[in-house]
Design a protein around this ligand. Structure first.
Ligand SMILES: C[S@@+](CC[C@H](N)C(=O)[O-])C[C@H]1O[C@@H](n2cnc3c(N)ncnc32)[C@H](O)[C@@H]1O
Length: 251
């Protein structure tokens, strides 16, 4: 996978289908793990049950934005930020038109047309999608009551830098939700910056423990759960992963 994968047409098509596709367009002949569908929406609803203000939410690494749409049902203002210009452009396009027609791969170079749309309950007028870098956020963004980092940390060159600064964007008592399958790959993150998934003098280093250490000065862990997800590549190939979601309250 090239390092600029998230700028490619393939990424735009796969993510629009992943975020907005109907179950019948995602599952070939209705086969596959149904509990893994609707991941972006489920990640955007991780704030449910938490006692926080619902004024401002940040969706960091938002891709084409379906978690932001889920957040817009509850929060007055939602900011979706992604490093990929192509994904932000696609997020803006579907958000303003409410629907889009996309080409999805079926087999080799063959494609078919699929209609995708944002959920009826979504409030696109509350959402701003903008290109930006999770490791160098503009302080002018201000503070958020809820911050979502869905499957972002293991795609960053320096995840620790992002995590060490996120407290300054989190409101008092606000909640940070991090989901990740902890798929560390050197093409995205040099091994020296991996948060886990390696052996140190005979001790296995786990990402979840490192998260606790990095976030500890400013956050306490309040919940964790497993969130399966399915990314369709073509008719007969999907990636099935199980993200680990951890929730952290600002101290
Ligand atoms: C695995 S995808 C997850 C996307 C989305 N949150 C989801 O759950 O479907 C990782 C996303 O992080 C974005 N990303 C990578 N590096 C980033 C950075 N430095 N700042 C912001 N976003 C970044 C990619 O463009 C991509 O959209």
């Amino acid at each position: 996978m090239p390092h600029n994968f998230y700028e490619s047409d393939k990424a735009v098509s796969e993510y629009l289908l992943f975020h907005y596709g109907s179950h019948s367009d995602l599952l070939f002949d209705q086969m596959g793990p149904k509990e893994a569908l609707g991941f972006a929406r489920r990640s955007g609803l991780l704030h449910e049950g938490q006692s926080i203000d619902r004024r401002r939410a940040l969706d960091l690494g938002c891709a084409v934005g379906a978690a932001s749409h889920a957040l817009s049902e509850s929060f007055i203002e939602v900011v979706g930020i992604d490093f990929s210009h192509a994904l932000i452009q696609a997020a803006n396009r579907i958000s303003s038109g409410r629907k889009a027609t996309i080409e999805v791969a079926t087999e080799g170079d063959l494609t078919r047309r699929v209609k995708v749309s944002i959920p009826n309950n979504s409030q696109p007028g509350r959402i701003t999608f903008t290109q930006g870098d999770a490791m160098n956020l503009n302080p002018k963004l201000g503070k958020f009551d809820f911050i979502l980092m869905a499957n972002l940390i293991d795609r960053l060159p320096n995840p620790k830098k992002c995590l060490q600064n996120i407290h300054s964007f989190t409101a008092e008592n606000g909640v940070l939700a991090i989901t990740s399958p902890y798929t560390w790959l050197e093409e995205y993150t040099p091994k020296s910056k991996w948060l886990g998934g390696y052996d140190q003098n005979g001790t296995p280093i786990k990402t979840v423990d490192q998260l606790e250490g990095i976030l500890a000065p400013h956050f306490e862990k309040i919940d964790s759960q497993n969130l399966p997800f399915l990314i369709r590549e073509h008719d007969r190939k999907n990636q099935y992963s199980i993200a680990h979601a951890t929730l952290w309250r600002k101290l």
